[in-house]
Design a protein around this ligand. Structure first.
Ligand code: E4P
Length: 222
């Protein structure tokens, strides 16, 4: 399973990428608005693309097909590893089909049902992003969308990758992996939590304390 960092924060990417913890990055207009500061969004995207080798999702803000296509082509020119995020709209599906024909990779975002993912896959999307946490927030089981989408894509041998998005905690990541999502995108705090367990800390503390005691004992006997 590929891990993507869901952020436009260069500091967090600068932590996770060199540590080899991530395979790519996803951004969205909200994340860029939050983290770009005085920089131009395209400069932030270029910087992100230089920090990670894998795919970097950058989203269009146009909602009409021609506007999306123009923006997508501009974004794709920023770096070889850009994947253009297109919202799940009818106009978006027309754009995805045309971009696929041009060899531009796409990530269809804001998917909240398995049939939306199916439509996006049929249009030629490289990735579909079902939003798990936001579905949970409104009382649904977001993981059901991943489950159904996995079965549909397997039934028809569709190559579109399922990118589990809007993940709120490590259990979401675990469940998405068990179902067979191809990738998971998560905020830095969730990635950090994947590394942690209180029993790891307690166990290490004990190992080091025992080692110190042994060393002190040996020193005392020589
Ligand atoms: C996906 O690519 C989105 O950027 C993201 O996962 C949305 O997550 P949120 O619901 O935490 O905003």
């Amino acid at each position: 399973m590929k891990f993507f960092l869901d952020t436009a924060n260069l500091k967090d990417i600068g932590w996770a990428a060199p540590a080899g913890l991530i395979d790519g990055v996803t951004t969205n207009p909200s994340l860029l608005a939050r983290h770009a500061g005085d920089l131009e969004p395209q400069d932030v995207l270029k910087e992100i693309c230089s920090l990670v080798e894998g795919p970097v999702s950058a989203e269009v803000v146009a909602v009409d097909t021609e506007g999306m296509l123009a923006e997508a082509r501009r974004l794709a020119r920023l770096a070889d590893n850009i994947v253009v995020k297109i919202p799940m709209l009818e106009t978006g599906m027309v754009a995805v089909r045309r971009l696929a024909a041009e060899g531009i990779r796409t990530n269809v975002t804001l998917c909240f049902s398995s049939v939306q993912c199916l439509v996006a896959a049929k249009a030629g999307a490289t990735y579909v992003s079902p939003f798990i946490g936001r579905l949970d927030d409104v009382g649904h089981d977001g993981l059901d969308v991943i489950r159904e989408t996995r079965a549909m894509f397997d039934n028809y041998d569709l190559g579109t990758q399922i990118l589990a998005a809007s993940l709120r905690h490590p259990r979401h990541v675990a469940e998405a992996a068990l179902i067979g999502a191809d990738a998971a995108t998560m905020p830095p705090e969730v990635l950090r939590k994947l590394l942690q367990h209180p029993l790891t800390d307690r166990g290490l503390e004990q190992f080091l304390a025992d080692w110190k005691t042994r060393s002190a004992r040996r020193k005392a006997t020589v």
